[in-house]
Design a protein around this ligand. Structure first.
Ligand code: TLP
Length: 355
């Protein structure tokens, strides 16, 4: 538990489960940020950014990496770099790229989304095969498939190594590229007990966020082969993402990768404990058993309250979550949530559900 600032007001003792994006930089991050050697990164001369990009590429088993402002920017640049305007991109109807990135791939990339059902948290090879069009004068060319791992909207579900490999095989056989929105790919790897490289090596590019569960204040990484990253670097400049002494923020990213990955298992264990505690409350249901990582979707239909009402009541009890639909909530466990907080959240849900 920590004190939060909401609309500029300090709220003491709030348990904030709205997102892992609310994590604050660690003391070590602030220290290295203050002392980071920096240069002009548009000229490739920021030693800390270069260090982060080399480390990040190595971590995900790719030739090169690019430090970008946000996950949204990383995904946009990836789709631009893999395609030409007018191409079709196959992606999930519940994916973050399709639903939560302001339609950038259409507005900026001139790309046509072709949606497949990823409500279960993944995309299977046969779905891609069914969505692929023939070579016909009426059709746009398809050049890219995107998968999300872990998958936000399904409650942080993961696609395992075999699932990624099978998808990559089909995508590559058809001459297409595969991009992974791996905003939380380290959560996926930790949950599966595999090296993150096993999940990222089969894909052509991966974006992951330093600023979510890994606690860096700002920034994401886009990684792939050297040629891809060179193209991506140009597109980053086009969208205004060329930064100057960015080592100040990249320094925290180095700590995120070196020190913050292994502790994600603590978040997953607490998410599991929270899920179990909530599932005993009448009218409250953790959706499926989809608490593989740090995101819980919680159905509160049985309480007779709307999600909006439930959120307001929880707020009064010092607990913040987001609505996911009229009858569902999303709670995300992260570094500032300890065991006591989990107990407080369960008690708050019990109280609200009993009203
Ligand atoms: N997700 C945020 C919100 O935008 C919903 C959150 O709180 O979960 N891919 C995935 C899978 C994401 O969950 C997010 C952020 C992004 C990309 C975008 O990252 P940012 O916020 O850095 O642009």
């Amino acid at each position: 538990m920590r004190d939060y600032y909401i609309n500029g007001r300090q709220v003491v003792g709030m348990v904030d489960l709205r997102s892992d994006t609310f994590t604050q930089p660690t003391a070590r991050m602030r220290e290295v940020m203050a002392n980071a050697p920096v240069g002009d990164d548009v000229f490739g001369e920021d030693p800390t950014v270069n260090r982060l990009e080399e480390l990040a590429a190595r971590k995900v088993g790719k030739e090169a990496a690019l430090f970008v402002v946000s996950g949204t920017m990383g995904n946009l640049i990836a789709t631009l770099s893999h395609t030409r305007p007018g191409d079709e991109v196959i992606l999930g109807a519940h994916s973050h790229i399709y639903g939560y990135e302001v339609g950038g791939l259409a507005r900026i990339g001139g790309l046509m989304p072709r949606l497949v059902d990823d409500a279960a948290g993944t995309i299977r090879p046969e779905q891609v095969l069914a969505a692929l069009r023939d070579d016909n004068i009426h059709y746009p060319p398809t050049s890219l498939v995107c998968i999300e791992n872990s998958h936000n909207m399904s409650g942080g579900r993961v696609t395992d190594v075999a699932g990624i490999q099978a998808l990559a095989a089909v995508v590559h056989e058809r001459g297409l590229r595969l991009h992974m929105d791996g905003a939380r790919v380290f959560n996926a790897a930790v949950a599966l007990g595999v090296e993150v490289t096993e999940l990222t090596q089969p894909v052509d590019s991966v974006m992951f966020c330093l600023s979510k569960g890994l606690s860096a204040p700002v920034g994401s990484i886009l990684a792939g082969d050297g040629e891809f990253v060179a193209r991506a670097r140009k597109f980053r400049k086009i969208v205004g993402g060329g930064m100057r002494q960015a080592g100040v923020i990249a320094a925290a990213g180095v700590i995120a990768l070196e020190e913050m990955v292994n502790r994600l298992k603590e978040d997953h264990a607490r998410a599991q404990r929270l899920a179990e505690g909530l599932s005993h409350i009448p009218g409250v249901q953790v959706m499926d058993s989809n608490y593989q990582t740090n995101i819980l979707l919680i159905d509160i239909k049985g309480t007779g309250l709307t999600a909006g009402q439930f959120v307001t009541e929880l707020n009064e009890l010092g607990v913040r979550v987001l609505t996911r639909s009229e009858t569902a909530l999303r709670a995300v466990v992260h570094r500032h949530i300890d065991d006591e907080d989990v107990d407080q959240v369960i008690a708050a849900f019990e109280k609200v559900a009993a009203v």
